[in-house]
Design a protein around this ligand. Structure first.
Ligand SMILES: N=CN[C@@H](CCC(=O)O)C(=O)O
Ligand SMILES: [Zn+2]
Length: 411
């Protein structure tokens, strides 16, 4: 099946032959005015200027007059498989409690873990697939989903099996991350090494046995997992081929970034707190810094200093952090707006961060994140918008007209 997208006002994100873009490169996007794209089944097979389009053979034609076409968003950090919600904690925070105080009283991640442990596989799948369908409609074409609300072997496996079933049933590209080290279960509060051992000796082999994860994550933070514990867990994960993608520097800079880089982390995520040493550790590495502005917005904590990273010639990726506690939204369009408004990123930088750099943060840059012959046909066709910058500028407005994932029309 061949689909020809014609008369595209502006085709954005033409491949530049790099795995990711960093520093000043982030402010460049290759575009073609009045363009076409030809898709065969799942794959982009040609694109170019409309006047050079020779293709007569397509099965379907999509007239894109007035629309901009961009690669679908690549959301490299979510926890979208969860049970219920944490709306009551939201109200507690409005009344003055902090995220940390709520967690210290057994709320937060442990609250979500209790809910998830009591939820059946089928119910968890049902709740999660609705969120997945929601983000697809908003233009997300690739997503990373973490476990970490199970915190027992059985419940972690349940989460990862739900992710696997989502992968099988939807055209959106999904990567799975094992985040058993998300919080210390109450019964292990006085025996932290006991939980780390359970994670390493029981959970990891069981997950590897069913091939349920691509990445391994640890919440490296005061009151959660130390740098040393993180290193121990990452080393164990590496034995099963799991690549690190870690939560670091959300509230405190503990040296987790340097340790993650040492363990060849694909990405370091959050970075609301950042030191000169952290920048040094990232310089020259292959590790992608990932900013999560939706989390800063929702919790009222500092925003990741993206300008500092970009000015240091580093790359930045943007992701939603979609989860019930710190970012209950999977809307990448809002993340782009927030990145421009609060992180002082230009619209061009934000789009690179949400496409190619996001794909790199999931090890998907060979097949997604830019317009290239042979890459997957994951495309957003916008409404009739005046310019590319209008997308993040008009925050809250729905500028997505159509979404195609692997060549299939979603909306
Ligand atoms: N900070 C750690 N994990 C999640 C939040 C988890 C929760 O509050 O449920 C995050 O990335 O923000
Ligand atoms: Zn997270």
């Amino acid at each position: 099946m061949k689909v020809l997208f014609k008369h595209i006002k502006q085709l954005v994100g033409i491949d530049v032959g790099r795995a990711f873009v960093a520093g000043a490169q982030m402010n460049e996007l290759n575009t073609i005015e009045n363009a076409f794209i030809l898709v065969e089944d799942e794959i982009i097979i040609d694109y170019g200027k409309m006047e050079e389009c020779m293709h007569q053979e397509s099965d379907e034609i999509v007239d894109c007059r007035g629309s901009i076409v961009v690669p679908a968003w690549c959301d490299s950090h979510t926890h979208l498989v969860y049970a219920g919600n944490r709306e009551s904690e939201f109200v507690d925070r409005i009344k003055g409690a902090t995220y940390e105080e709520i967690a210290a009283k057994g709320g937060g991640i442990l609250n979500s873990a209790r809910k998830l442990q009591q939820t059946s596989f089928d119910e968890l799948y049902e709740q999660s697939r609705k969120r997945l369908e929601g983000i697809m409609r908003m233009g997300t074409g690739a997503v990373e989903i973490k476990s970490g609300y199970g915190l027992t072997t059985e419940a972690e496996l349940k989460m990862l099996r739900v992710i696997k079933k989502l992968k099988e049933n939807y055209p959106i590209q999904i990567k799975a991350t094992f985040l058993g080290a998300h919080a210390m279960p109450t019964e292990f509060k006085k025996n932290k090494q006991g939980y780390t051992s359970l994670l390493i000796d029981e959970m990891l082999p069981a997950i590897a046995d069913e091939n349920l994860a691509d990445f391994i994550d640890v919440f490296c933070e005061e009151g959660y997992f130390s740098v040393q514990e993180m290193e121990q867990i990452l080393e164990a994960g590496a034995k099963y081929g799991l690549v690190p993608k870690v939560h670091v520097n959300q509230f405190n800079a503990l040296g987790g970034i340097a340790a993650a880089v040492k363990h060849n982390a694909r990405s370091v995520d959050h970075l609301e707190v950042l030191t000169v040493q952290d920048i040094k550790a990232l310089t020259g590495s292959n590790t992608m810094p990932v900013a999560l502005p939706g989390c800063s917005f929702f919790l009222g904590i500092p925003y990741t200093p993206a300008r500092t990273l970009i000015n240091a010639n580093l790359p930045v990726a943007l992701a939603t952090d979609y989860n019930p506690g710190s970012a209950p939204s999977g809307n990448m369009n809002f993340v782009l707006s927030t990145a421009c408004i609060k992180l002082n990123m230009s619209p061009t930088e934000a789009i690179n961060a949400a496409t190619l750099n996001g794909a790199y943060a999931m090890n998907l840059e060979d097949s997604l994140g830019s317009i290239k012959k042979g890459k997957l046909a994951n495309l957003i066709i916008t409404q009739n918008v005046p310019s590319l910058g209008y997308l993040p500028y008009s925050f809250g407005e729905d500028n997505v007209k159509h979404v195609y994932l692997k060549g299939q029309k979603i909306v």
